[in-house]
Design a protein around this ligand. Structure first.
Ligand code: GLN
Length: 434
């Protein structure tokens, strides 16, 4: 499949057409870090060019058994590291709302493919915001499920303690349908939890919504704040009780994340040695170490940066100062969420601090990392988060609101999102020309 947004990779794949089940007739695109048997899987990296997946990820097996049609593989930041899809070795994906702008990342191809109507649903993975942030940038709905509710078997690992696969669709109803198929315990992933998705219908007048003040106080584009405030008003008009809450530890979420993630990915990426996975031919007379080095030179600069940082953070003498400190912060963030969900049912924040930005606008890595300010805490706490369209900027760019729930309350977030989408039409608006 080819497209003018570079949302898809591997243009010559033939769709795998489903035959029966609840997802019959649903066209689903798959982020290229999830294995589909006999299809390529590059994770957006030169290092995996030519690699063909030998088996189906558990989510793929479940989609196939549900009759879904798999239409292709979508572009991503290399090994899912990034917030703009500019880090893909195969060129950036363009935002269908404005092709001068990024679609977000790392699941930018998946979000753009849904926004451009190239498929009904796309799977992404979210380690620090990679489903929610591109969903917000592309004006679609995206769920980062509870950690462990969806099997990671067959997902190319980034940071195993944070990674989770989640669906994108235009509306929450479709997201829910796909989530109910892909979720559930899996003997091939020992971190999966006993999880039987149950659809619920929540009475808004019984809902208590918390606005975490530490997140709302961050520097957020005023147009985004105003649009999300309107969603707060909608909840209040439906009878929901709105309260300010405090999660003091979330201000440390981003620095802790950018220690834990590099630490885990430096270990996970050590397997790309030029011997396994990719087709690589040893040059005549080449020493093993040279072969490792030639192979690993294929990583892009963001991946190299994180491997270096992670290796440093885990090294003797630095482990306690960096990695252990970050893990302590993660525990505090988890505890803060557990406490706050005794006071309120859900949290509401903007999904992103800024609007979709232009290509090349964030050259400084730390500036790029700021894109994840509002999303990483949910990954560290292991709780579900959902981004849904809640408005547009004056320049006609989509704005996303983020709902966060207690562990395993994905159904509560989806119920609120469905009711919102029954009464508003932000999710139905399409980019010009689509
Ligand atoms: N943007 C974040 C990062 O670069 C999140 C990545 C993700 O969720 N895969 O790490």
């Amino acid at each position: 499949m080819s497209d003018r947004f570079n949302a898809f990779l591997h243009s010559k794949l033939k769709p795998l057409v489903g035959s029966e089940g609840p997802l019959l007739g649903t066209n689903i695109a798959i982020k290229d870090n999830i294995l589909v048997k006999d299809w390529p899987a590059t994770a957006g990296s030169k290092i995996l060019e030519g690699f063909i997946a030998p088996y189906d990820a558990t989510v793929i097996r479940r989609l196939k058994e549900s009759g879904a049609t798999l239409v292709g593989k979508t572009n991503l930041d290399e090994f899912a590291m990034g917030s703009s899809t500019e880090n893909s070795a195969f060129g950036p994906t363009k935002n269908p709302w404005d092709i001068k702008r990024v679609p977000g990342g790392s699941s930018g191809g998946s979000a753009a493919a849904v926004a451009a109507d190239l498929c009904d649903v796309a799977l992404g993975s979210d380690t620090g915001g990679s489903v929610r942030q591109p969903a917000a940038f592309c004006g679609v709905t995206g769920l980062k499920p509870t950690y462990g509710s969806v099997s990671r078997y067959g997902l190319i690992a980034l940071a195993s303690s944070l990674d989770v696969i989640g669906p994108f669709a235009r509306d929450a109803k479709t997201v829910e349908k796909v989530f109910s198929v892909i979720s559930g315990a899996d003997k091939n992933d020992q971190t999966t939890i006993d999880y039987n998705y149950k659809q619920i219908e929540i009475d808004l007048s019984k809902l208590k919504v918390g606005l975490p003040k530490e997140l709302w106080e961050l520097s957020i584009d005023p147009e985004i704040k105003a649009a999300v405030r309107k969603m707060v008003d909608w909840l209040a008009a439906g009878g929901a009780k709105i309260v300010d809450v405090s999660l003091p530890s979330v201000v440390y979420a981003l620095p802790a994340y950018y220690v834990i993630l590099p630490a885990e990915c430096s270990a996970n990426l050590s397997r790309y040695d030029g011997i396994r996975y990719q087709q690589s031919v040893m040059k005549e007379g080449q020493k093993l170490l040279e072969r490792y080095m030639d192979t690993r030179a294929l990583f892009g600069s963001e991946v190299k940066r994180r491997i270096l940082i992670g290796t440093f953070a885990l090294s003797v003498g630095h482990y306690d100062a960096y990695y252990q400190t970050a893990i302590n912060v993660k525990d505090k963030i988890t505890a803060d969420h557990e406490r706050v969900f005794k006071e309120v049912d859900i949290l509401l924040t903007p999904t992103t601090p800024g609007l979709p930005f232009e290509f090349g606008a964030k050259n400084d890595p730390v500036e790029m990392y700021q894109s994840d300010l509002l999303t990483v805490a949910a990954n560290l706490a292991g709780v579900p988060g959902l981004s849904l369209p809640c408005g547009f900027s004056k320049s006609d760019l989509p704005i996303g609101a983020q709902l966060i729930g207690a562990k395993c309350q994905d159904n509560l977030l989806l119920s609120v999102a469905k009711q919102y989408q029954e009464e508003t039409d932000f999710h139905l608006k399409k980019p010009r020309g689509i």
